[in-house]
Write a new protein. Structure first.
Lengths: 438, 697
C-alpha cells in the first residue's frame, strides 16, 4: 500500500510556460521544421536500469504533418529545453529518433492529436544488429566500451558520461545478442575492487558505467525537505517537493526471494569434478561496503527456529556449472560477483519512493538526493523527523514532464538502508498467543 | 534483466548446432572448439577460430570410451550455462553429404594451420605393398610435408567431397585404397600344407546392405564392422595396414597379420581343434619348451625332412614302438658315451651286403635268447681286445668262408674253423668249424677270455683273428721272411728334448695300475668319433649320439670299427662279446665305456704282464695303454717296453715316435726317407707325439 503525502502537492509547481521547449523535426526526405508550438505534452524518461533515453510528445496538429511530411519512423528530433533567465538551469540539447506514432485521434475536421514516441538513436540501432564477437583478455568495461564506441558508434556527445573500469580480464564470446542486451549481460558480471555491482545507463550526459559503490559515494545532488513551509517561493526549486509516495517498504518475502539478507551459491566444476557451496549473508557483505545511510534495513530478530533473516542462506540459492579448472575458463567465475551483486541489488529495493518536484532538468538518473521526511502527526503537534526514512536516496529514474499548465519532474528513489538502527529483541519472545494472554 | 534464473537446469535448455574447427584439446578430454550457427558467425575477424569455446563431449552411459569428432564435423549440443552460452556440451554428430569444399578463409571449416595439419592430422595410406618374403607389408602414407599434401589432409579430404559423411564401408562405397579393397586384391592363395593339399585365404565376405552394417572407418583407414546384413552377418576388425580378423557369416574366422605377430599367454592356453590343423611356415620354426612335451597321436606321426634331423636329449632318449624300421640311404652311425645295449626278445638279425665288422677294445658279448646268426658274404670277424663272449639261448651260427674268432683274453677251449682260428675260452662244445650250425648253445653264459695273437694283437676268442696292427712294423732287413720288426728312427728325425725328473713324479705300484681318463681323451683325439654318417674324425658336439659301425679308416675295409676304433664290442666282458658290424649302433658313452673296459680289463693286464717295472707314473700307464690299444703285440715287442724296463725313460718316450707308419697303397712307389712300402700317417704321427708327451708328464 502506497503511502502518499499530498498535502503540498501544488507547492513549488511550475507551468509549462515557464520553460522554453524547442522541438525540431528532420524528416527522412530531408525536410526540417519545428513543432514546438503544437506540443501539448512533453515527457522524457531516463533510468539507471535503461541503456537508452526515451520520450514522447503529444501533438495538437492542424496541418496533418504526419501525412504531409510522410512520417514513417525514420525522423529525427532535436530537442532543447531551457528556462529563460535561470542560469543554474542546464539546458537539455539532444537528438532523438522517432520510432512510433500512437494515439492518433481526430478532434475536429482540422485538428488531430497524436503522440510521437522517440528514443535514443542507439536503441534502434541496437535492435537492428546482433553481436557475435569474441573478446580475449579484456575487462568487462573494455568490452562494453567497445560495443558503445565501435559497434553502436555512439555520437561523441554521448561519451561524456562516466565509463568506469571493472576488474579482471576475461575471454568471452558474445553469443548473438543485441548490443544493449549484450551490455546488460556483460555488466551483470562486472565487479571491481570493492565494487559489487555495476549499472549501465544513459542520461543527459551520455552513457555511464558506474559501480553501485561509486554511486553511493557521491555528494547528494539536492535535499528535499518535506517540512512545512511558511511561504511558497516558486524559485526555490532546491527544496520544493510536490509529493512523496512510498511504493514498497521492507518486502520481506521479496527480500528473501532475491537474497537481500542471505544467499548461497552452488558450483560444480565439470572438468575438475569439484562441488562447492558458497554462502554470503548481508552482514558479512556489510563489512566491505557502504550504505546510502548508516544502518541496514533489517534487524536481528529471530524466528521460531531462532534464526535471523541473515541465517537463511537457502532463501535464495543459485547453482552454476563452471569450468574454473580450465585455464581459459569462461565466463568469470560466479563466486566473484553473483552473491555480492544479488544482495546489493535486493537490498536496494528496501525502500522505494517516488517524489515529484518542479521541473528540474538538472537532476538525472544516478544522482543521490536527500529526503527529510516528517512523522505523521496531529495538526497541532510539532514537526518530528522520521529518523528511519529520512536520509539519502539513489535516483533510479527521472521523468521530466511538461504540459501547458504544469512542468514537473517525477523521480523514482531507491534506498538500501535506514537513518537509524532498527531495534530487535535479543531472543524470540514467544507466540502471539502468549502475547494475547498477557 | 538477466535471462537465466542462475540455477543450472532451471534456466532453460538452449541447444545449438555447430561445426568443429579444432579438436586438439589441451586438457585431453575430447573437447572441441565449435563454431555455432546463429550464436556465432563465420567471421574470423569477429571470432577467430582459436577463440571458440571448448565443447565437452557427452559420452554414452555404458562406456568411457574416448571419441571425439573431427574438424568440419557438424555437432549438436546444449549450453550448460543457459544464460551465458559460454559452456557448451556436445551430444553427438550430425551426418550429411559433404558438399562444401575446404575453405580456410571463413569459419565453419577446417582452419588448422599447416604445421598443425602436418603434425597431427591422421595420415591415410596411399599404397600398401604386400611382401611375401617374410618381411611383411610395406606402407606408404601421405605425410610429405609440402603444401599440396598438407591441403590434401585438410577436411574435407578430396576423396570425401560430395560423399556421405557416413563411412563408405557402411554404404558399400569403400574409398579407394580402402583396407577392404586391399584385402580383396592381396589374398594369400595356394598355401601348401604338409600333405600336399593347398588352401586359399578366403575372399572377404564384405557385402553389406545399408543400413545394417554398423561400421566405423577411422581417418587413417582402420575399419571396424558389426554387419547385420541378412545372410551376410559378419564382424570384422581391420587395421589400415591390412592386418585383420573377420568372423564370416557361417562362423568361420579369418585372421591375417601383415607384419609380425606376437602372442603372450601368462597363464594356460587351451586349443581344441576338432578338424585338421594346417600349418605352413615358409621360413623356419623355433619351438622351445622349458617343461615336458607330451604328444599323443591317435594315428601316425609322419615327418618329412628335406635335410637333417637333429635330436638332442640331455637325459635318456627313449623310443618305444611295436617295431622300428629305419631306412637309411647311406651310412648310419651310432655313437654312445657309455655302454650301448641292444636287447631283443627275439632274433637280432644283422645283414649287410658288404662286410660285417665287429671290433672291440674290450669284451665282445653276444647274447641272444634265440638264435644268433652272423652271416657274411665275405669274412665274419669278431675281434675283441678282451674277452669275446658269444652266447645264444638257441643256436649261435657263424657262417662264412672264413670265420675268425679272436679274443685277447684267455684262449680256453678253441675250435678252429676250416681255414680260421678260434682262440680263447670257447663256450661249451665250441665248434670245430666255423659252421654256425655246429656252434652249440651254452647252458649258461661263459665269460670269454681275451688272448694275444702271435703279433701281439688282441685275438677274438671265437675267431682267434687279430686286429691288423702290424702295418706299423717294417720288414726285418736281416730276416726279410721273418716277423716284422720295429721301424728305425726316421732318417731326418730331430731329437726331442727330454727333461724327465723321476723324483718329481708319483710312482704307482703295479697292483694299482689303471688307466685314467687321459686315455679316453687321447683316444678321442686320435681315433675320433664317428658321426651319424659314419664320417670318421667328427668333433664334438656329436650328432646324433649313436653311430653304426664303419670300415677301418686306414684300410677302408675290415675290421669294422665303431666308437673309438673299437672293433670288438664288449658290452660286458663277463657275459659275451659281439663283433662290430655295419649295423652296430652305439653312442659315445658306450664307446667311452668300451675303451675303459677293454683297457682296464685286457690291455692293462698285458702291460702288467710284460712290463717288468714295479712302479710307473700315471702318465706312463696311460701312454702305454693308448699305445697298446692299437696292439698289445706292438707294445710287447717295442723298444718302449724294453727301455722302460731299463728305466731309460727318455729312450722309452722316443720309442713311441717310431710307430707312425702305414702301408703305401699297392703299386705306389716308395717314399724317400720312409721304410720301403711305408708312409708316415699324419694321424699316427700326432698320436705318437701325444703319447710321448703323456708318457713324460
Amino acid at each position: 500500500m502506497a503511502t502518499e503525502t499530498s498535502d503540498a502537492q501544488q507547492q513549488g509547481s511550475t507551468t509549462g510556460s515557464d520553460y522554453k521547449l524547442n522541438v525540431y523535426v528532420l524528416t527522412s526526405d530531408g525536410h526540417t521544421f519545428t513543432i514546438s508550438n503544437i506540443v501539448l505534452n512533453f515527457n522524457l524518461y531516463e533510468s539507471i536500469f535503461s541503456p537508452y533515453v526515451t520520450g514522447d510528445i503529444e501533438i495538437g496538429d492542424a496541418a496533418d504533418i504526419l501525412s504531409n511530411y510522410s512520417f514513417n519512423g525514420n525522423e529525427y528530433l532535436y530537442v532543447t529545453l531551457e528556462k529563460p533567465g535561470v542560469t543554474t538551469f542546464l539546458p537539455i540539447q539532444k537528438y532523438f529518433r522517432v520510432y512510433k506514432v500512437a494515439n492518433r485521434r481526430t478532434k475536429t475536421q482540422s485538428l488531430q492529436t497524436y503522440t510521437i514516441h522517440f528514443c535514443s538513436e542507439e536503441l534502434i540501432l541496437s535492435t537492428q544488429m546482433l553481436i557475435r564477437k569474441s573478446y580475449k583478455g579484456l575487462p568487462i568495461s573494455g568490452m562494453i566500451s567497445d560495443i558503445v564506441k565501435n559497434i553502436l558508434q555512439a555520437s561523441p556527445d554521448k561519451l561524456n558520461g562516466s565509463l568506469s573500469e571493472t576488474s579482471g580480464n576475461f575471454d568471452i564470446i558474445i553469443p548473438r545478442m543485441q548490443p544493449f542486451e549484450a551490455i546488460s549481460w556483460l555488466k551483470s558480471r562486472a565487479y571491481g575492487n570493492g565494487k559489487t555491482a555495476f549499472f549501465f545507463w544513459e542520461n543527459k550526459f551520455g552513457y555511464n558505467l558506474v559501480s553501485y559503490e561509486d554511486l553511493l559515494a557521491q555528494t547528494p545532488y539536492r535535499t528535499y525537505d518535506k517540512a512545512p513551509k511558511v511561504t511558497i517561493d516558486p524559485s526555490d526549486v532546491q527544496s520544493s517537493l510536490n509529493y512523496v509516495a512510498f511504493g514498497e517498504e521492507f518486502d520481506i518475502i521479496k527480500g528473501n526471494r532475491y537474497g537481500a539478507f542471505s544467499t548461497s551459491l552452488l558450483t560444480y566444476d565439470i572438468l575438475s569434478r569439484k562441488f562447492a557451496k558458497t554462502t554470503l549473508a548481508a552482514p558479512d557483505l556489510d563489512l566491505q561496503r557502504s550504505f546510502l545511510n548508516k544502518f541496514p534495513p533489517a534487524n536481528f530478530s529471530q524466528n521460531r527456529f531462532k534464526k535471523t533473516l541473515f541465517d537463511n542462506d537457502e532463501s535464495m540459492q543459485k547453482f552454476y556449472i563452471t569450468s574454473d579448472s580450465d585455464p581459459n575458463a569462461n565466463p568469470a567465475s560466479p563466486q566473484s560477483w553473483l552473491l555480492q551483486q544479488a544482495i546489493k541489488l535486493a537490498e536496494l529495493n528496501a525502500l522505494k519512493a517516488v517524489i515529484n518536484v518542479p521541473l528540474d532538468p538538472n537532476i538525472t538518473a544516478g544522482h543521490l538526493v536527500t529526503l527529510n521526511l516528517p512523522l505523521m502527526r496531529p495538526q497541532d503537534q510539532a514537526y518530528t523527523a522520521d529518523k528511519y526514512k529520512s536520509g539519502n536516496y539513489l535516483v533510479a529514474s527521472v521523468h521530466h514532464g511538461i504540459s501547458g499548465d504544469m512542468a514537473s519532474t517525477t523521480i523514482e528513489l531507491l534506498n538500501d538502508s535506514l537513518g537509524a538502527q532498527l531495534p530487535s529483541a535479543a531472543v524470540f519472545s514467544g507466540t502471539l498467543q502468549d502475547f494475547a494472554k498477557g | 534483466m538477466m535471462i537465466e534464473k542462475n540455477f543450472a537446469g532451471s534456466d532453460g535448455f538452449y541447444w545449438w548446432i555447430g561445426v568443429v574447427e579444432n579438436r586438439l584439446d589441451p586438457l585431453e578430454l575430447g573437447r572441441c572448439q565449435v563454431r555455432f550457427f546463429g550464436y556465432h558467425s563465420d567471421s574470423l575477424t569477429d571470432i577467430p577460430s582459436k577463440d571458440l569455446p571448448w565443447a565437452i563431449p557427452m559420452q554414452a552411459i555404458n562406456t568411457h570410451a574416448f571419441a571425439t569428432p573431427k574438424e568440419t564435423d557438424v555437432v549438436f549440443g546444449f549450453f550448460a550455462d543457459a544464460g551465458s552460452k559460454q559452456f557448451p556440451i556436445m551430444m553427438g554428430t550430425i551426418p550429411g553429404i559433404q558438399t562444401n569444399p575446404k575453405n580456410t578463409g571463413a569459419g565453419y571449416n577446417d582452419l588448422r594451420d599447416g604445421p598443425t595439419v602436418i603434425r597431427y592430422a591422421p595420415k591415410y595410406l596411399v599404397n600398401r605393398k604386400y611382401n611375401k618374403d617374410g618381411t611383411g607389408i610395406q606402407l606408404t602414407e601421405a605425410n610429405t610435408p609440402n603444401v599440396e599434401v598438407q591441403e590434401s589432409l585438410r577436411y574435407p579430404r578430396d576423396f570425401e567431397l560430395n560423399k556421405s559423411t557416413i563411412s563408405g564401408v557402411v554404404t558399400y562405397q569403400p574409398m579407394a585404397n580402402n583396407v577392404i579393397s586391399a584385402r580383396q586384391n592381396n589374398l594369400d592363395l595356394g598355401v601348401e600344407t604338409a600333405n600336399g593339399v593347398s588352401w586359399d585365404e578366403p575372399y572377404p565376405a564384405y557385402n553389406p546392405l545399408y543400413p545394417y552394417n554398423q561400421a566405423t572407418e577411422t581417418e587413417s583407414g582402420h575399419v571396424f564392422e558389426l554387419d547385420d546384413t541378412p545372410r551376410n552377418e559378419r564382424i570384422s576388425m581391420n587395421h589400415r595396414s591390412g592386418t585383420y580378423w573377420e568372423m564370416r557369416p557361417d562362423g568361420t574366422k579369418v585372421q591375417k597379420v601383415t607384419k609380425s605377430n606376437y602372442q603372450v599367454v601368462m597363464g594356460d592356453d587351451f586349443l581344441h581343434v576338432m578338424g585338421f590343423v594346417n600349418i605352413t611356415v615358409d621360413s623356419a620354426a623355433r619351438i622351445k619348451v622349458l617343461g615336458d612335451v607330451n604328444l599323443e597321436i591317435g594315428n601316425n606321426l609322419n615327418a618329412q625332412v628335406s635335410e637333417n634331423i637333429n635330436l638332442t636329449a640331455g637325459g635318456e632318449f627313449n623310443i618305444k614302438a611295436e617295431s622300428i624300421n629305419i631306412d637309411i640311404a647311406k651310412d648310419a652311425t651310432l655313437v654312445t658315451g657309455g655302454s650301448q645295449f641292444l636287447t631283443s626278445q627275439d632274433n637280432i638279425n644283422i645283414k649287410t651286403n658288404a662286410g660285417l665288422l665287429s671290433s672291440a677294445g674290450g669284451n665282445i658279448d653276444l647274447d641272444a635268447g634265440g638264435n644268433m646268426n652272423a652271416t657274411g658274404g665275405g669274412d665274419v670277424n669278431i675281434l675283441s681286445g678282451g674277452d669275446a663272449n658269444m652266447q645264444a639261448g638257441g643256436n649261435a651260427n657263424i657262417l662264412g668262408g672264413k670265420v675268425n674268432l679272436n679274443s685277447g683274453g684267455s684262449a680256453g677251449q678253441a675250435a678252429a674253423a676250416a681255414d680260421g682260428v678260434v682262440t680263447g675260452l670257447a663256450p661249451a662244445n665250441p665248434p670245430s668249424t666255423p659252421n654256425h650250425a655246429d656252434i652249440p648253445i651254452p647252458a649258461t653264459p661263459v665269460p670269454l677270455q681275451y688272448s694275444v695273437g702271435g703279433n701281439g694283437a688282441i685275438l677274438n676268442p671265437y675267431t682267434g683273428v687279430a686286429a691288423k696292427q702290424d702295418s706299423q712294423l717294417v720288414t726285418n732287413p736281416a730276416d726279410p721272411d721273418g716277423p716284422k720288426v720295429e721301424p728305425p728312427p726316421p732318417a731326418n728325425a730331430v731329437p726331442q728334448a727330454c727333461n724327465f725328473d723321476p723324483s718329481a713324479h708319483t710312482w704307482i705300484p703295479k697292483a694299482e695300475w689303471k688307466a685314467s681318463s687321459a686315455v679316453i681323451d687321447l683316444i678321442r683325439k686320435s681315433e675320433g668319433y664317428a658321426d651319424q654318417s659314419g664320417k670318421y674324425g667328427a668333433k664334438p658336439p656329436y650328432y646324433p649320439p649313436k653311430v653304426k659301425g664303419y670300415p677301418d679308416p686306414a684300410t677302408k675295409a675290415e675290421p669294422i670299427t665303431a666308437g673309438y676304433g673299437t672293433t670288438t664290442v664288449a658290452l660286458s666282458q663277463t657275459k659275451y662279446a659281439q663283433t662290430i658290424t655295419y649295423d652296430t649302433v652305439i653312442d659315445q658313452a658306450t664307446a667311452d665305456a668300451w675303451v675303459l673296459e677293454i683297457i682296464n680289463t685286457v690291455v692293462i693286464k698285458f702291460i702288467k704282464q710284460y712290463q717288468s717295472n714295479d712302479t710307473l707314473t700315471q702318465g706312463m700307464i696311460d701312454a702305454l695303454c693308448d699305445f697298446a690299444w692299437g696292439g698289445v703285440g706292438l707294445y710287447k715287442n717295442s723298444s718302449i717296453r724294453t727301455k722302460l724296463a731299463a728305466k731309460d725313460y727318455c729312450g722309452a718316450a722316443d720309442g713311441f715316435l717310431l710307430y707312425q707308419y702305414a702301408p703305401l697303397p699297392k703299386g705306389a712307389p716308395d717314399i724317400p726317407g720312409n721304410p720301403p712300402g711305408k708312409q708316415i700317417m699324419k694321424g699316427l704321427q700326432i698320436r705318437r707325439q701325444n703319447e710321448r708327451t703323456l708318457f713324460l708328464s
